[in-house]
Design a protein around this ligand. Structure first.
Ligand code: B12
Length: 462
């Protein structure tokens, strides 16, 4: 039976955006896992990636050309509009096509999704077991009566590896030439680059995210075993000769034992490729030796959610860290040469201008390698989203705005003119740090004292 999966991630950059940055150049591990689970059961699976198309007419043509029996659409909250338009057009092409939706938004905002009568089935939670079961039932002419199916959580080690070729084959058809399976995003991670995910769930309780993750993946974090991940990396090495990669896990470093075992196995198997992963300031401070161990194995950078430079705001966010921890974590990263990708938010509910200034001063101390600022955005499924609704704060009028990008107003009670200034100021380095970086850059680039001296003379105009 023919099944088409749809990736609707065009809310940010629109049609024809494939390959333009991380949002438009990475595979969806959710769909890749569903594809390999369905193929393992003998189903024929292909993909329509809206990022590769040039408009809705092309989508309509693709659906008609492929003539699938079932279409499965994934959706985060931000994908709601393109996902719903896809549903409408699929039914317009052929009302007999069975439309199934799943992913974070249907799990977290079920009623809203269920209100669309054109959707035949909604699979909440995880899909690798339930989706193929549903496909089989449809194939056998015995489709379930109930419209909402609660997905069973699989034992991750029993799953086939995610089907990356689902995406890569499709992308190639659109002329996306791949010197890298996925789009690299920092110079420390050279192409061929790819992303991988070792586990599901997060044990922390930050109110701008939770309980969304617990609702989708359950209370307990489940992580693939180290041999399972190493097995996938070996396959990826053979197939794509990857030169670097990044872990998507929310907090890979929360399980120290797992990370140590991974580092040992990674080196023992002869891997030297650099990687990035997410961590937290408190973990870095409490486990400095783990940072050192990870660096020996290939760690080049951490994504760290510093979020705020003010302790009251950090407590309000239930972040479980302090400003001092943030600063200390940055010092430790610098000591071991770990690049810092700094995630932080401006315009958090209840945040005052003075508190925003604390975030700015913290960033000047941290002097991160990469700035990743957000205007706080209420995401459905999180406690802080509910808080914004209860207090009448949300200014979001379309699902397209569920992006944390600092380009538009998000909540009431914040002065966005001030925040725009804060956004710039937070990314302005102290002159001494800017100079150090320039010198380091020139040293790397020209690496010859005479050449550097000439460049410096040019810069200062002598
Ligand atoms: C990697 C990641 C990204 C990557 C890549 C996304 C991609 N191409 O898939 C990048 C960095 C680009 C990204 C961007 C964003 N992300 Co993001 N991301 C993640 C992260 C960390 C991992 C996703 C993942 O691979 N999970 C593992 C897979 C296996 O799970 P899954 O995708 O949910 O799929 C399973 C089920 O949901 C279900 N399922 C999914 N789809 C379908 C479809 C059908 C038919 C069925 C039956 C089942 C099903 O089955 C799958 C297998 O079990 C998650 C958090 C997390 N741990 O999941 C956040 C998360 C999904 N992201 C989130 C957000 C908010 C964003 C952004 C809006 C942030 C921003 N920049 O503003 C953007 C939006 C991008 C866009 N579409 O325009 C939120 C979504 C919350 C919500 N209410 O929608 C999450 C949950 C993080 C959080 N807790 O806040 N993200």
């Amino acid at each position: 039976m023919k099944v088409t999966l749809v990736y609707p991630g065009i809310a940010g950059y629109g049609f024809g955006s494939l390959g333009k940055g991380m949002d438009a150049g990475w595979v969806s591990h959710g769909l890749a896992h569903l594809s390999s689970a369905a193929k393992a059961q003998g189903f024929e699976v292909d993909l329509i990636d809206l990022r590769a198309l040039h408009g809705w007419d092309e989508f309509r043509e693709e659906v008609a050309r492929r003539a699938p029996r079932v279409v499965g659409i994934t959706m985060m909250s931000v994908d709601y509009n393109p996902a719903m338009e896809s549903v409408r057009l699929i039914k317009e092409v052929d009302p007999r096509i069975v439309v199934v939706v799943g992913g974070p938004h249907p799990t977290l905002a079920l009623d809203e999704v269920a209100a669309n009568p054109a959707i035949d089935y909604i699979v909440t939670h995880e899909g690798e077991i339930t989706f193929p079961k549903l496909l089989r039932a449809i194939e056998e002419g015995n489709p379930p009566q109930e419209r909402v199916l609660v997905g069973e959580a699989p034992d991750l080690d029993t799953l086939p590896y995610p089907d990356r070729e689902l995406f890569l084959q499709e992308w190639r058809k659109y002329g996306y030439t791949l010197d890298s399976p996925e789009v690299p995003f920092v110079e420390e991670l050279p192409p061929p680059f790819l992303t991988i995910i070792a586990g599901r769930g997060c044990k922390y309780n930050c109110n701008f995210c939770q309980p969304a993750e617990r609702k989708i993946f359950g209370r307990k974090v489940r992580r693939r075993s180290v041999p399972n991940i190493i097995g996938e990396l070996k396959e990826l090495r053979e197939r794509y000769h990857f030169a670097s990669f990044m872990f998507h896990d929310d907090t890979l470093t929360e399980d120290r034992k797992w990370v140590e075992e991974f580092c040992d196995a990674y080196q023992a198997e002869g891997f030297t490729q650099p990687f990035f992963c997410q961590s937290r300031a408190d973990i870095i401070v409490r486990h400095e030796d783990l940072v050192r161990r990870m660096v020996e194995a290939g760690l080049r950078g951490y994504f760290i959610g510093f979020e705020s430079g003010n302790d009251r705001v950090l407590r309000f966010l239930r972040k479980g860290t302090t400003r001092e921890m943030n600063l200390q974590a940055a010092r430790i990263c610098k000591k071991y040469g770990v690049k810092i990708w700094a995630n932080y938010m401006l315009g958090i509910p209840t945040e005052t201008k003075e508190e925003v200034l604390d975030t700015i001063s913290m960033l000047k101390e941290i002097d991160p390698d990469y700035y990743s600022p957000a205007f706080y955005t209420p995401h459905p499924g999180s406690d802080l989203y509910d808080y914004c609704l209860e207090h009448g704060l949300s200014l979001i009028t379309s699902h397209d705005q569920y992006r944390r990008n600092p380009t538009e107003t998000k909540i009431k009670g914040q002065d966005y003119e001030f925040l725009k200034w804060a956004l710039q100021e937070s990314q302005r380095r102290k002159p001494i740090n800017a100079l150090k970086r320039k010198v380091r850059y020139l040293w790397r680039r020209y690496a010859r004292p005479k050449k550097i001296a000439r460049k410096l003379r040019q810069m200062v105009g002598i």
